[in-house]
Design a protein around this ligand. Structure first.
Ligand code: C2E
Ligand code: CA
Ligand code: CA
Length: 649
């Protein structure tokens, strides 16, 4: 047991000594014999010496505890200092209950209470101290009142001078430590506030433009290379006008209102900033299951992002109350989508800005289109040259890629894919020119050209006894063209190919899902007997809604799902659901982009009937394809039709 403070000694020893000294003294008196006095005096002296020795030991141990306790105060966190302060005091004044009130910057106090068992409790210091304490020490440093330390012992005793000295010195050390911790906290708060002020817009508390760019670039770097990222720019068109009519205070209120609503739709991980006076930006790095926008994808790059942009536009246009006046903000939204590895944030902002300008011109919401990007002049050259190519008839060639039945290995069709043998630039893929064509007056002639070539191939094969369907890719914009069914009918007649042997692949897009003309064009094509396929199925604007409007014959599972189905349960679910849907609706389902035997096996396991991809065949010239098809037909036992083929001659 440790020696408690105060003047306490083992009481039985003290009693024994008093009895012994008293006894000897009594004997000396009774016997009138002074010899008894000598041992009595010696004992008294011994007792005194022992007592002094014990006292010195207690004091020595107190200062040792004091040194340890002061050392433990050497921390920068206020709470840690306070806890160490109380723990130290309960050691120095052992057996004591200790209370420490620490005053915060706001003037409120927190109370730390420690008892001899070492337990420390922390409460707000709402009540007055319990009182009855042995000693209290006000904690002051550099004229700043930091709190109070109170020490209470089980039985009231008087503090010895060295204990009083220890308490006062400890109080000073504790005050200094608390002062340092508070100063450090203030410094950190200041740094955080300064940093926040440097990265945030003071009016709306959203990220400012510079911070959005910096943090956006960090997010782009962290994303995996193919991950799609979408930047949405939101602009209040009539802000200047509202600002003028309602006053600047109301203008500020409006901006705050918009900022708050945007905060409401912001998802975890997204960055939201104010990038201009009346312009806001939202950066989303999408989930990996959302397919990345391939540059050549005809569907337009961003059905998901575009849908979200529309929701945001509606949300913001909904009238709000500003300065007791109902105001109606006119909102334009521009969206740019890219793969994380291909752009930095400044470029993404620039593209979203191009889209925003387009949105302002057309009204509402627009996504970035390189063809309408004034900084991207390439497409003008491309178009001029392509016009020539279409006229000369020897630069644009079709290659074909067979699709096969996964059970029998028989070919179920071929897809025609365009290539441009450019006189200077060499062989170009569709990614390098189809987008430009789609947005020009060349689309009609180009589409007719491809269908013509494809039907010429089909007719030639039929003459040689091979009658597989040929698929042609259509640009969504071709579906606005009321002449298309007439052209197709004319070409089918010209080549004498039965309509059902032509499959037109369409990709649903925002436009496809909205306009009436599309229904008419698709209806007319179906009336001809042409087959329809939904290309890139699963990536589109609203696949199921589309299927209820257009009776199609085939679904092509987008290759992004096939590629990811092994590691992504979501991608596998899309593949499985498409197969089930096809079975339910009686449609052919073809998995695209099958590159490995493993993918083939997984697909077969899922009950997928047909597939296309490098694992089977790369796109190849039509004459080579004829040989391949013949071999496949023979090997699978499928019938090779005798000459002449049905209706082809
Ligand atoms: P798509 O309709 O999805 O066509 C399939 C694309 O995937 C083709 O690229 C093909 O070469 C490629 N592919 C086939 N198997 C695999 C595989 O196993 N792995 C991978 N990674 N890719 C595979 P291509 O020929 O470059 O065509 C790209 C896109 O251009 C086509 O995508 C289609 O949307 C468009 N396109 C092609 N020809 C035409 C055309 O004549 N007219 C129009 N409007 N668009 C066309
Ligand atoms: Ca296709
Ligand atoms: Ca496709």
């Amino acid at each position: 047991m440790r020696q408690p403070p105060g003047v306490r000694f083992p009481s039985c020893l003290t009693a024994l000594l008093i009895v012994a000294v008293g006894g000897l003294a009594t004997l000396a008196l009774v016997d009138r014999d002074p010899r008894w006095l000598l041992p009595a005096a010696a004992l008294a002296l011994l007792w005194h010496g022992y007592r002094q020795w014990l006292l010195a030991d207690v004091e020595r141990r107190l200062w040792l505890d004091y040194a340890r306790a002061v050392k433990a105060l050497n921390q920068l966190d206020e709470r840690a200092v306070a806890v160490a302060g109380v723990a130290g005091a309960t050691k120095i004044f052992s057996g004591a209950h200790v209370e420490l009130d620490v005053v915060s910057d706001e003037g409120t106090a927190r109370r730390y209470r420690g008892d001899p068992t070492g337990t420390i409790l922390i409460d707000p210091a709402d009540d007055a101290p319990t009182g009855g304490e042995l000693a209290r020490q006000s904690l002051v440093f550099a004229d700043e009142h930091l709190g109070e330390l109170r020490v209470r012992l089980p039985s009231p005793v008087v503090l010895r001078p060295y204990q009083a000295a220890a308490l006062s010195a400890y109080g000073e050390a504790l005050a200094a430590a608390l002062h340092n911790a508070a100063a450090d906290r203030r410094r950190r708060t200041l740094v955080a506030e300064t940093r926040h002020a440097a990265t945030h817009d003071p009016l709306t508390d959203l990220l400012n433009r510079a911070a959005l760019i910096q943090q956006g670039d960090d997010a782009l770097r962290r994303a995996t290379a193919e991950q799609p990222v979408a930047l949405t720019l939101i602009d209040i068109d009539n802000f200047a006008e509202l600002n003028e009519t309602l006053g600047h205070g109301a203008g500020d209120d409006l901006l705050r209102l918009v900022a708050d609503r945007l905060r409401g739709v912001q998802r975890p991980g997204e960055l939201l900033g104010r990038t201009g006076d009346d312009e806001f930006a939202l950066l989303a790095v999408a989930s990996p299951v959302v397919p990345a926008p391939r540059r050549h994808r005809r569907a337009g790059p961003a059905p998901h992002a575009l849908r979200r942009a529309r929701q945001i536009a509606e949300l913001l246009a909904d009238t709000g109350e500003v300065a007791d006046v109902r105001v109606s903000a006119e909102i334009s939204v521009g969206v740019a989508v890219a793969e994380a590895g291909t752009v930095d944030l400044a470029e993404l902002l620039r593209r979203a800005d191009v889209a925003l300008h387009q949105a302002k011109a057309d009204g509402g919401v627009a996504s970035y289109d390189s063809v309408r990007d004034p900084a991207d002049t390439d497409h003008l050259t491309v178009l001029a040259e392509l016009r020539e190519a279409l006229a000369t008839d020897d630069q644009l060639v079709l290659v074909v890629q067979p699709a096969v039945d996964l059970v029998t290995g028989a070919p179920i069709g071929v897809e025609a894919l365009i290539r441009w043998q450019h006189p200077r630039r060499g062989r170009l893929g569709p990614a390098e020119f189809v987008r430009a064509v789609e947005n020009s007056d060349l689309l009609g002639p180009f589409t007719r050209y491809v269908i013509d070539k494809a039907l010429a191939v089909a007719a030639e094969w039929a003459r040689r006894g091979v009658t597989v369907p040929v698929s042609v890719n259509l640009s969504p914009r071709s579906l606005f063209d009321a002449r298309l069914p007439l052209d197709v009918a004319e070409l089918l007649r010209h080549h004498r190919v039965p309509a059902h042997r032509l499959v037109l692949e369409i990709t649903e897009t925002v436009e496809v899902s909205e306009l009436k003309i599309i229904d008419e064009v698709l209806g007319a094509l179906q009336a001809l007997g042409v087959q329809l396929a939904v290309d890139d199925f699963g990536t589109g604007f609203s696949s199921l809604a589309f299927l209820t409007r257009v009776a199609v014959d085939e679904l092509k599972v987008d290759r992004s799902f096939v590629r990811r189905m092994a590691e992504s349960p979501e991608a596998a679910a899309v593949v499985r659901a498409t197969i089930a849907l096809g079975r339910e609706l009686g449609l052919r389902v073809i998995a695209e982009g099958v590159e490995t035997a493993e993918q083939r096996q997984v697909l077969a396991g899922l009950g997928c009937a047909a597939a296309q991809g490098y694992h089977f065949f790369r796109p190849m010239p039509a004459d080579k394809a004829l040989t391949v098809l013949r071999r496949l037909l023979a090997a699978s036992g499928a019938q090779v039709l005798p000459l002449p083929a049905d209706g082809a001659s």
